[in-house]
Design a binder for this molecule. Structure first.
Ligand SMILES: [Zn+2]
Length: 259
């Protein structure tokens, strides 16, 4: 690792920071087990401690690699497999003002994405539908009906701020992924497989909508509250100044200065 470190975001708390030699450990062990089908191999392990004092968590990853000969030693070569040991999931920390059921579906979908992409996609799809119901206040039996209703609302200018046509089209494009219920009704023998990449596409979309809908709305509300607070403060100062002037005038009339 270079001495100057690298940009790093803690997956536990979302804190952006520099990972430096003080809080990062990277090590490689060559396996003296002969030549496998992968050639010479070894294990890497990496640990990074979060410098945010409120978090101070440890992120651990391990990797199975080809070993490359370097003089009399072996160093880490091409990666064969990587494991995220802790935290186990690739989910990003989401703020508390996003409704809990939505956050839970999202976290769980991230956690099981690789082991059960089909279940992850089903959860992610439910999360998307939950967002349309909560954020856009549109509730229909089927996701496709909700998407159409949202398109109509957008055309009429009634869609909530932050809802764009391209995001509605993106939801429409992925709405069949993870739609187990509908496929089961049609043909029980038809098993629609879901690849981890497809489940990840749904997860990416959820993260984008958390950002564009909930987080953007929260930031807007906070900014407006700040503006209102400043305006109220200014108003109070002006009112106080006027009251003082009026008081001074009244005092002058009641108690005229002797000539
Ligand atoms: Zn942290």
């Amino acid at each position: 690792m270079a001495d100057e470190g690298f940009q790093w975001t803690c997956p536990f708390c979302g804190h952006h920071q520099m990972a430096t030699a003080q809080n990062t450990h990277i090590d490689y062990t060559h396996f003296f087990i002969g030549t496998s089908k992968y050639g010479k191999t070894g294990l890497s392990h990496t640990a990074v401690r979060c410098v945010n004092p409120q978090c101070n968590e440890v992120v651990v990853t391990a990797g199975f690699h080809e070993s490359a000969a370097r003089g009399a030693n072996y160093i880490q070569g091409e990666t064969i497999e990587l494991w995220r040991l802790r935290p186990e999931s690739s989910s990003k920390v989401q703020p508390d003002y996003i409704p809990k059921p939505l956050r839970e579906d999202y976290y769980e979908a991230c956690l099981i994405r690789d082991k059960s992409p089909k279940a992850a996609a089903t959860l992610a799809r439910r999360c998307l539908q939950g967002m349309i119901r909560d954020f856009c206040k549109i509730s229909k039996a089927r996701l496709i009906d909700e998407i159409n209703e949202l398109k109509n609302a957008l055309n009429d200018g009634h869609a909530p701020k932050g809802v764009e046509l391209e995001t509605i089209e993106a939801i429409d494009a992925v709405r069949d992924i993870g739609n187990i219920g509908a496929h089961m009704e049609q043909d029980i023998n038809l098993i629609i497989e879901v690849e981890p990449g497809e489940a990840q596409a749904l997860i990416d979309l959820i993260e984008m909508l958390f950002d564009e809908w909930y987080i953007a709305r929260h930031k807007r509300e906070q900014k407006l509250a700040d503006v209102r607070a400043i305006a109220a403060e200014k108003k109070a100062i002006i009112a106080e100044g006027r009251a003082q002037i009026a008081q001074a005038k009244a005092a002058a009339i009641a108690d005229p200065v002797d000539e």
